[in-house]
Design a protein around this ligand. Structure first.
Ligand SMILES: [Zn+2]
Length: 211
């Protein structure tokens, strides 16, 4: 698996393009503010066909350019729980996001649940519902490749905030315990902010400082 990452927008959100090999299908993860030109260039450079956009959760900074891809006929896939924020992206924290222009919403083509899987070419991702940072946070884990898109659940050196509207600190602890128990230590994680491709084993001690 090849994962290209870039960091975009007012709160430095990571966008990923995930593929097996050049010339094949690709998955776009979390289309952040200002990411579209980079995504398009990454797809073109590697001669990739985007199969879908996957959003790890519904926070504005992770879904703001989903409409760009939906307008180009690319289906948006998301987990259940934050779908209203995809339909009406909400910059719920002006102190973080300023007052951006209204963001067109999208209707997810697939709403997935805990334990569901989706395939992109030969890659198969299993979904783990990991609420806490928001109700609709999901981890997309490719067990075979040992890679996981973790959104704002866990970072290289920390965890996602739980002081936002609809956050749940209690759910966050349950989700972290479950994901740390489930993913092997050598799994590489791709968070929504900060460094990526660190292992669960490297990230766990930092996460435990907040647990
Ligand atoms: Zn978030």
């Amino acid at each position: 698996m090849i994962i290209k990452g870039g960091t975009f927008g007012p709160v430095a959100t990571n966008t990923y393009v995930v593929f097996e090999a050049p010339g094949g299908p690709a998955l776009v993860v979390d289309p952040a503010a200002g990411s579209s030109a980079w995504v398009a260039n990454t797809l073109a450079t590697n001669e990739l066909t985007p199969v879908a956009v996957w959003t790890t959760h519904g926070h504005w900074d992770h879904v703001v350019e989903a409409h760009v891809w939906a307008d180009r006929g690319i289906p948006i896939w998301a987990g259940t729980g934050d779908e209203d924020w995809l339909r009406a992206p909400a910059p719920f924290n002006p102190a973080l996001f300023g007052n951006p222009p209204p963001t067109p919403g999208v209707e997810p083509a697939r709403l997935l649940r805990d334990g569901d899987t989706f395939a992109v070419g030969g890659m198969t991702f299993t979904l783990l519902h990991a609420p806490g940072h928001s109700p609709g946070c999901f981890v997309a884990w490719d067990r075979t490749a040992g890679e996981a898109m973790v959104g704002d659940l866990i970072f290289a050196q920390g965890i996602g905030r739980t002081d936002f509207p609809r956050s749940s600190p209690v759910d966050m602890m349950t989700s972290l315990e479950r994901v740390l128990d489930t993913l092997p230590g050598d799994t590489r994680i791709y968070p929504g902010h900060g460094p990526w491709a660190v292992t669960i084993a490297d990230a766990e001690p930092w996460a435990r400082m907040f647990m």
